[in-house]
Design a protein around this ligand. Structure first.
Ligand code: EPZ
Length: 430
């Protein structure tokens, strides 16, 4: 079982390059199969979730050629099966994007229904409502979403919940419907805009992505293109929090600073210095930071995917902070791990009350999910002593070379598998 071992207490200093956004890459890989022509995707993050999805589209017949680590060529003309296997959906929930993509491509889709997950129950009722509105018959049978349609047509859809997944999934299917589809109360995340831009590069006609209303005029055909995926705002935000928690000085490069405004605003509010470049942000934390309140919200609000990371930072900041999670019901599982490191956090419903402590101490902890896992790495880097983190497979789902990038910033972190490797690290760590 792979683990990270970290020797904490070292301020992160230096520059780090941010990869393409996982949460844009997943729907974009799915949408790429909607044309029979070749699509070349650049700046694709090399993380487990994208690799599993590439395997899933290969399994239904698509041709997938890796040009280099971050570039892939996809050709969907050879797709022979509209039924996606359970193995894939079990590994990544986002394979539900194949419902929208396959409906748009071949007017039918059979995709296992994703179950609950580590961060909450995560229903997909809004996705299904959208598919039905544009004319698809959608049934849930034998644990699968079975969708087909003879004629998809434009519709007016009002989402009951602001949902990234539903917005993107309906948008994909609607690209190939006849007439105009209007989706209201949509998600405005940069990855939603990126998927719309990608589909437009394939010949779709989508307007309004990034606002509350998206209008899609269906087209007869989509074509091939070359597209570069937007930088990952959550990966960037994670390094920014790590810089602040270790009282470091880090430049995140290859970012779009506007996408990170909610995060930079919070960091400035608690005492960090931020320098903005055209495609970079520098975070400097010279002293102990201050308390604040954080409430997660859909974009442009503070992202739920950055909630555990800021909680770690606030657990070390002066005073009492309150963190409210308003998107997912089960995103405080890391609190028990933090308590073992000396943090003082009390959870009441969807709120964590954090009394900042002077310092954390190392412990053996585990990664409860992807983002909380990254937060545990930040905690380990800020704590005194050697922290060991189990279940790092979660982290590898969405962070490319996390340990390597942190070492470039001066962290003492290593991926280990045996007791011998742990001992070796302890002997050699600076
Ligand atoms: C996406 O999940 C991301 N995943 C999540 O990132 C992210 O946390 C989330 O958006 C919110 O930003 C991907 O992009 C692959 P939602 P998604 O639909 O689309 C409720 C990470 O760590 N809802 O926007 O599944 C839902 O329960 C992951 O990278 C319904 O009620 O999230 C939640 O409360 C984790 N019915 C809220 O909406 C629906 O049909 C927002 O969920 C759909 C959602």
């Amino acid at each position: 079982m792979k683990q990270y071992i970290i020797k904490g207490g070292i301020p992160l200093v230096g520059e780090v390059d941010i990869a393409g956004a996982k949460n844009a890459a997943l729907p974009i890989i799915s949408a790429a199969i909607m044309t029979d022509e070749t699509v070349t995707l650049e700046n694709l993050p090399d993380v487990n979730d994208t690799n599993v999805l590439l395997e899933a589209i290969r399994n239904i017949g698509a041709q997938v050629d890796r040009v280099d680590r971050h570039t892939v060529r996809i050709n969907g003309s050879t797709i022979c099966d509209c039924a996606v296997g359970y193995e894939c959906i079990k590994k990544i929930r986002a394979s539900y994007y194949l419902i929208g993509a396959l409906l748009g491509k071949c007017s039918k889709a059979e995709v296992p229904l994703p179950g609950g997950c580590n961060i909450g129950s995560r229903p997909i009722d809004q996705h299904l409502k959208g598919f039905r509105a544009i004319g698809a018959n959608v049934d849930i049978k034998y644990g699968k979403v079975i969708a087909n349609c003879s004629h998809m047509h434009g519709a007016h859809i009002f989402l009951d919940t602001v949902s990234v997944g539903a917005t993107i999934n309906i948008m994909m299917a609607a690209c190939r419907s006849e007439g105009l589809t209007t989706i209201e109360n949509v998600a405005k995340e940069p990855h939603v805009v990126d998927v719309a831009n990608f589909l437009n590069s394939m010949g779709a006609n989508i307007k309004g992505a990034g606002t509350d209303v998206i209008r899609i005029r269906g087209v007869e055909k989509l074509h091939g293109c070359t597209y570069s995926i937007v930088p990952d705002m959550i990966e960037a935000g994670t390094y920014m929090m790590a810089a602040a928690a270790t009282r470091g000085d880090v430049v995140v490069r290859n970012v779009i600073p506007r996408h990170l405004e909610a995060i930079t605003a919070k960091l400035m509010e608690i005492g960090c210095e931020i320098e903005e470049g055209d495609d970079s942000l520098r975070v400097v934390a010279k002293r102990r930071l201050r308390r604040t309140h954080v409430k997660t919200q859909p974009y442009p609000g503070y992202p739920t995917d950055m909630q555990p990371q800021i909680a770690v930072l606030l657990s070390l900041s002066e005073g009492t902070s309150v963190v409210t999670e308003s998107i997912f019901e089960n995103r405080f599982k890391y609190v028990d791990e933090m308590t073992r490191m000396g943090a003082q956090i009390k959870v009441e419903g969807n709120t964590a009350i954090i009394d900042g402590v002077e310092g954390l101490t190392a412990a053996r902890i585990s990664a409860p999910d992807l983002r909380a896992g990254a937060a545990m790495v930040i905690a380990g880097m800020a704590a005194e002593g050697f922290t060991i983190i189990d279940d790092i497979e979660y982290i590898k789902r969405g962070y490319e070379d996390l340990d390597k990038k942190l070492r470039i910033l001066g962290a003492e972190i290593e991926e280990v598998e045996t007791e011998r490797e742990i001992q070796k690290f302890k002997l050699t760590a600076g």
